[in-house]
Design a protein around this ligand. Structure first.
Ligand SMILES: *Cc1c(COP(=O)(O)O)cnc(C)c1O
Length: 364
C-alpha cells in the first residue's frame, strides 16, 4: 500500500529536493565554488530567520544543534534559565547539567505557554542567570511559546538565549533579530522538508562574545561552535568534510520556502486552523491550549479506550496513513498530525482524518 506520511518530521520530500540531492558533488574542501554555494545557503537561512547574525549548517540532526549550543555556552557554574513546559523544553535541563550548568527551571503544564511575565519574575529573582534555553514549538504537545514576547525580556536582562525553533521554522514565523534571540536552532527535516541529517543555526555577536569570554574554552571539536568561528568564518575552510548532497537538498528546500514568501506562513496558519476545527468537529479534544497551538503540528488526546500503538499500526498498515504518537509523559496519551512543509495541505489533512475515523470505527 502507498503510505502517506503525516508525522511532524521527518516529512515527505518534494521532487525538487530529491532531484537536487541527486546532483554530482563538488569537493567541498578543494572546489572554490563550494565555498560560494555554502555561503549562499547560509544567507538564505539569514533571510528565513530574519537575522544579520552568522548562520551555520552542521552535519547532524536537530539534537546536535541543541547540544552544540549548550556545550559552547555553558561551563561549570553557569546559571541557566530553562523554560520547561514541554518534552523538549524539559529536555534542555539534561544538556545544561551535562555541561556543569546550574538550571533554574520554570515548570508549567505542557498544555500552557510560558509568559513573558513569568520569565521576568524568574530573572528578577535570579539576577545571576546568564543563559536561557527555550523552545518555540514543543512538538510532542503541539504548543507554541510566545517567542516574540519572551525574547525581548531575555535581551533586556542581558541573558543569552538558546532557542529550539526546529519545529517552527518555515511554518511559524521566527524574527530572530527583532525578538532579540541569540542562538536560533533549526533542523532540515521539519517544515523545510529536506532529509534529516542537518541542523542549522544563527549565532549573534553577543553569543560569540559570551563563548569567547568563558573561563575555559569549550572542550572538543564537533560540539564546539568556536571551531567554526576559527575556520569557516575566519578563512572559508571547513572543520570537517561537508555532507554535500544533504546541503544540495537543504538549499533547494530553502529556495522553495523563500519563494513562497509570506504565503508560506499563511498556508500553515490556515491549514492548522482547518485541522483544529476538523479534529474538534470529529469529536477529538485538542491537547494544548488552542490560543498557543502551533501552525506546524496538531496534538490531540487519544480517545479513551483506544490502544495507542495498536491503533497507529492499523492506521498505517490497513489505511496507509502514518501519524505520530508522543513522548515522555505524553506517550500513549497524544496523537500528532504534522501539517508542516510538503504535508501542509488541507485535502491531505482531510483525507488523513477520514482514515483516522474509519480506523477508529474498527476499535469500537
Ligand atoms: C524534531 C525536533 C528536534 C530535533 O530532534 P530530532 O532527533 O532531529 O527529531 C528538536 N526539537 C524539536 C522541538 C523538534 O521537534
Amino acid at each position: 500500500m502507498n503510505k502517506q506520511q503525516m508525522a511532524p518530521g521527518p516529512v515527505e520530500l518534494s521532487d525538487a529536493v530529491r532531484q537536487a540531492m541527486a546532483q554530482q558533488l563538488y569537493n567541498p574542501d578543494l572546489d572554490p565554488d563550494y565555498v560560494v554555494f555554502y555561503r549562499g545557503m547560509c544567507e538564505k537561512i539569514q533571510q528565513l530567520l530574519h537575522t544579520q547574525s552568522d548562520c551555520l549548517v552542521l552535519s547532524g540532526e536537530g539534537i546536535l544543534g541543541l547540544e552544540a549550543a549548550c556545550a559552547s555556552l555553558i561551563e561549570p557554574g553557569t546559571k541557566v534559565l530553562c523554560l520547561a513546559n514541554g518534552v523538549f523544553g524539559a529536555g534542555f535541563v539534561d544538556f545544561v547539567k551535562a555541561y556543569g550548568g546550574e538550571p533554574v527551571i520554570i515548570e508549567k503544564d505542557y498544555r500552557q505557554a510560558i509568559t513573558a511575565d513569568e520569565v521576568e519574575v524568574a530573572l528578577r529573582q535570579n539576577p545571576d542567570i546568564k543563559v536561557a534555553t527555550l523552545v518555540h514549538c514543543d512538538t510532542p504537545s503541539g504548543l507554541l511559546n510566545p517567542l516574540a514576547e519572551i525574547g525581548p525580556v531575555l535581551k533586556q536582562h542581558g541573558v543569552i538565549s538558546i532557542v529550539d525553533a526546529v519545529a517552527s521554522i518555515a511554518g511559524d514565523r521566527v524574527l530572530a533579530d527583532e525578538w532579540g534571540l541569540d542562538i536560533v536552532l533549526g533542523g532540515s527535516q521539519k517544515a523545510l522538508s529536506a532529509p534529516p541529517g542537518l541542523t542549522f543555526m544563527s549565532i549573534s555577536a553577543a553569543a560569540w562574545e559570551f563563548m569567547e569570554a568563558r573561563r575555559e574554552p569549550p572542550k572538543g571539536l564537533y560540539l564546539n561552535l568556536l571551531t567554526w568561528k576559527d575556520s569557516w568564518l575566519k578563512d572559508g575552510s571547513f572543520p570537517y568534510t561537508q555532507p554535500v548532497n544533504d546541503h544540495y537538498a537543504l538549499d533547494a528546500a530553502l529556495d522553495a520556502a523563500l519563494a513562497e514568501g509570506g504565503g508560506l506562513y499563511e498556508r500553515h496558519r490556515q491549514v492548522a486552523e482547518f485541522t483544529r476545527d476538523a479534529v474538534q468537529a470529529a469529536g477529538f479534544k485538542l491537547y494544548p491550549d488552542a490560543n498557543y497551538a502551533a501552525s506546524t503540528v496538531t496534538a490531540i488526546e487519544v480517545p479513551a479506550g483506544v490502544p495507542d500503538a495498536e491503533f497507529r499500526q492499523r492506521l498505517l498498515t490497513q489505511y496507509g496513513w502514518q501519524i505520530a504518537g508522543s513522548y515522555g509523559p505524553l506517550a500513549g496519551k497524544v496523537w500528532r498530525i504534522g501539517h508542516m512543509g510538503t504535508q501542509c495541505q488541507k485535502e491531505r489533512v482531510q483525507a488523513c482524518l477520514e482514515a483516522i475515523q474509519a480506523c477508529l470505527a474498527d476499535f469500537r
